[in-house]
Design a protein around this ligand. Sequence first.
Ligand SMILES: [Fe+2]
Ligand SMILES: [Fe+2]
Length: 328
Amino acid sequence: MTVQSLSRRRSKRSAYEDRLHTLSVASVEQHFDAFKDIAWDDPDFAIGLDDPRWVLPAVDPVGRTSWYQSLPREEQIRVGLYRQANVVKVGLQFEQILISGLMNYAFRLPNGTAEFRYSTHEATEETHHTQMFQEFVNRSGMDVPGGSRFFRAIGPILPLAARLAPLAFFIGVLAGEEPIDHVQKSMLRADGVEHPLLQRIMQIHIAEEARHIGFAHEYVSQHAPKLNWLERHLIALATPVIMRWLCDEILKPSKRAPRNMGMPDEVFKELFWDAPESRVMLRDLFGDVRMLMESAGLMTFSSRRVWRALKIDGKASRYRSEPAPKAA
Ligand SMILES: [Fe+2]
Ligand SMILES: [Fe+2]
């Protein structure tokens, strides 16, 4: 691209580029530093196994089981802290994959694209999130594994998708970010997070994730119409599979986690996802993604059946972050 055409491109931004620019400016104006914006050493932020604020709320799937509720108080605290630390650990593993993927994606972008700046803002923010999440895990004293062995094994390969199939990669980004965001918002809305350290971490995360999710929505809406017939149908079919798989990785404790929590197998099975409340939660997690897929032309006759078979079908949200009719 010549100097003239590059500067012409800068002066004639499309509506899509304008929206990415707005997200980039917002990242400059409001961002958080893991070690400046959290008072880790505030005595009220200390983590202790005698602190009842770690008892899981009923809004958490584990917290609402009769198994959990019948545990002695000190065990509820230990399991509660373990559960929170493990969810945070999977979140940070997912973010490490995301950061690598964003670098792979940005590496091949030509000069003058709006995506370069925003994707690097996002990577910067995700790096702070991984620091914030790891610090929380370290201070919890819980040696949590995070995702399943399979997820951890293929983690280093997944970022290649950003280079080979960026649209599928950004759909994968949503598959990780939407469930985490939905769960964190539901917990805060239901006053389910009592410990101020976890509250602060979730507030920071929700504030920045809104932009990341916004970018992934923009990206998919912008690029899906350019797919050919075969690509569109393949991506439409792959989307619910990616959604369900990554959602399970993030929300469902890996094999070692229930063992460490002392959770009986039948409770685990009922919880993920046989119990009626869990089924509702699973469907509610993806209302925004279903909305996006409908508008991007990625909800096809056959893909709808896959959404249903994987038990993540349901109404599409009318707008982003619309609260589910039943609290998850
Ligand atoms: Fe994040
Ligand atoms: Fe994010």
